[in-house]
Design a protein around this ligand. Structure first.
Ligand SMILES: Nc1nc2c(c(=O)[nH]1)N[C@H]1C(S)=C(S)[C@@H](COP(=O)(O)O)O[C@H]1N2
Ligand SMILES: [Mo]
Length: 169
């Protein structure tokens, strides 16, 4: 059986400048952000983390940056912010320029659900990330696979069941 040829979520038409990333998907205001904008536009949080790498063992870093959930609000995701069940259907996919990408559920980072303090880093240890690009920081993860570095795009959208009409609330 052949798969439909049209991609359900076409990539943004413009490629973001080096060090910046695109926010796209089911959003009212797709946008591109630089690390400087992440630093200036939102409250900066600090996370001292240890994560395990399958090949290099335990890695210890100090990251600084805004909360992912606060940055995502700038693009206005396609849910009613007052409706918990609507929010609980959304997923995010965070990709690096090398093709590595990892997903999170919106509920993981939502204060009413998992409330994880996931960051988009502007600094790692003594290095400002303006040139390298932002890095996803998931302090509650034991392993490093979702610490996506040199992020180029974050997609957000809901999982829709075929034929289902979602209940409100
Ligand atoms: N863009 C990108 N980010 C990535 C990876 C990758 O292959 N590409 N590997 C992940 C893995 S498996 C780990 S353990 C950490 C390693 O982080 P470190 O290089 O800071 O130790 O980066 C993560 N982020
Ligand atoms: Mo790893």
């Amino acid at each position: 059986m052949s798969r439909p040829s049209a991609a359900p979520h076409p990539m943004p038409v413009t490629t973001p400048a080096p060090g910046s990333f695109a926010l796209w998907g089911d959003v009212a205001a797709p946008t591109a952000l630089t690390v400087a904008e992440l630093r200036e536009g939102w409250e900066q949080h600090r996370a001292d983390v240890v994560f395990d790498c399958a090949t290099a063992g335990p890695q210890r870093h100090t990251f600084v940056g805004p909360l992912l959930r606060e940055v995502m609000a700038a693009a206005r995701p396609g849910f009613d912010p007052a409706r918990r069940k609507e929010r609980s259907r959304f997923l995010l996919s965070v990709s690096g320029g090398d093709g590595h990408h990892a997903v999170l559920s919106w509920a993981e980072i939502d204060a009413d659900f998992g409330n994880a303090a996931v960051l988009l880093a502007t600094r790692m240890d003594d290095e400002e990330l303006d040139t390298a690009g932002t890095q996803l920081v998931v302090p509650s993860d034991r392993c490093g696979a979702r610490y996506v570095s040199a992020v180029t795009a974050i997609w957000i959208g809901a999982h829709q069941l075929p034929g289902a009409s979602p209940s409100k609330g």
